[in-house]
Design a protein around this ligand. Structure first.
Ligand SMILES: NC(=O)c1ccc[n+]([C@@H]2O[C@H](COP(=O)([O-])OP(=O)(O)OC[C@H]3O[C@@H](n4cnc5c(N)ncnc54)[C@H](OP(=O)(O)O)[C@@H]3O)[C@@H](O)[C@H]2O)c1
Length: 296
């Protein structure tokens, strides 16, 4: 039987409706949640991500400002910009769009963001809190994966989740989220990477496989057991001369083959992607609620 297709577009739209209501409640208290985005340079992919974030913020009634700095801005100036935003009470969330130009230290800039305004949740204080199970903003892509699972009826509790990939932005924080003794988590988590011997022997044991490797169609149908749930985080450009742009996007999982044996699978595009921006908006609304003394 063909797998259920888990639509991130649909789940993200559902969450954005909930966020609109939360923004209205904040408005009643005289608060408008506000997000500051810092963009250094004009990398086309970064520009399009920043545009999507601004559009999403506007859609839910949030204030958003993008601070655009030239690509040759000295590191010191980038830090000063972050410092100014840290001190500006108007903003509840700050995001510095990555990657930064090579002469600007990414860790240095991330560590400079006030942890309370760190809506990307990459600051070491928030990473530590996440691991310890303390309240903190959750990193957007892994939080999006968790929300997709829970809201589609695939609660990870008690399940074996095999995560393929251990990056600091996806694999590691996702493992930290799903292993917590908390609602929507409480899973048994295995994390695989390039040092894993015989990846398939692990992925075949999984109730839920998360592919976050950055390698097109690396998870094939024979690596997934019948009835598994597959969440595909990967976004890869592959050449396609039939398309106007000359490429198309594919995930890290072989969608067409896996959908014939899995219980459910996310498509690429339209799966995890739309969730990431939505979780950023959620973190900003939450930061505003915390400051306004509203508990959700
Ligand atoms: N949809 C979204 O919003 C979103 C957000 C973020 C990322 N992504 C996409 O998700 C994918 C992963 O992103 P990332 O930033 O996590 O990538 P990354 O930093 O390149 O990390 C990839 C991870 O996968 C592991 N890996 C690579 N090939 C493997 C293989 N053949 N077998 C086992 N492990 C393998 C690597 O292992 P080692 O550690 O051993 O090198 C590494 O841990 C990319 O396609 C990216 O574009 C999508």
């Amino acid at each position: 039987m063909a797998a259920k297709i888990i639509s991130g577009t649909q789940v993200a739209a559902e969450i954005r409706e909930e966020l609109k209501e939360r923004v209205k409640k904040l408005n009643e208290k005289g608060v408008t949640p506000a997000l500051a985005v810092v963009l250094v340079g004009e990398d086309p992919a970064s520009v399009s991500y920043v545009t999507a974030k601004a559009k999403g913020a506007e859609e839910i009634g949030m204030h958003e400002e993008t601070v655009r700095l030239p690509a040759d801005t000295p590191e010191e100036e980038v830090l000063k910009t972050v410092d100014k935003l840290n001190k500006d009470p108007k903003f509840h969330g700050i995001l510095v769009q990555l990657p930064l130009p090579k002469h600007v230290g990414t860790d240095k800039v991330i560590n400079y963001i006030s942890p309370e305004k760190d809506v990307d949740a990459f600051h070491p204080v928030n990473v530590g809190k996440l691991l310890r199970g303390e309240p903190c903003p959750l990193p957007c892509t892994p939080h999006g994966v968790q929300q997709l699972l829970v809201r589609s009826g695939y609660d990870p509790a008690g399940k074996h989740v095999v995560i393929c990939g251990r990056s600091n932005i996806v694999g590691k924080p996702l493992a930290a989220i799903l292993m917590q003794k908390k609602k929507g988590a409480n899973a048994t988590v295995t994390v695989c990477h390039t040092g894993t011997k015989d990846l398939a022997s692990f992925s075949r044991q999984a109730d839920i496989v998360v592919a976050a490797m950055g390698s097109p169609k690396a998870i094939t149908a024979d690596m997934v057991r019948d009835g598994a749930v597959v969440i595909d985080v990967g976004v890869n450009r592959v050449e396609d001369k039939t398309r106007e742009k000359g490429f198309r996007l594919v995930g890290d999982a072989d969608f067409d083959a896996i959908k014939e044996k899995a219980e459910a699978i996310t498509p690429v595009p339209g799966g995890v992607g739309p969730m990431t921006v939505t979780m950023l908006l959620m973190n900003t609304v939450e930061a505003a609620e915390i400051r306004a003394g509203i508990t959700s």
